[in-house]
Design a protein. Sequence first.
Length: 85
Amino acid sequence: MGATGDVVKARYSYNYIQQDGQWKIQHHHSSVMPEEIAMGKPITQDEVRDLFGLWNDALATGDPKKVAGRYAKEGVLLPTVSDVP
């Protein structure tokens, strides 16, 4: 949802790096979908689904250490489209 509570289309960006033999999120960003976007070379839906699944499974545990474990040591998490903490 957006800051106003309206349902909005959004996009999510994750940059991954490999640390200690595991893929870690280095950067995560969520934003409202712009009307037109320039796309680079797409990854497969299965790759996206698998990577998102790893992050979502960690989030579902409610354990902040498991969620933080999906991010790189110097990862950056930017706020979502909501202004509610």
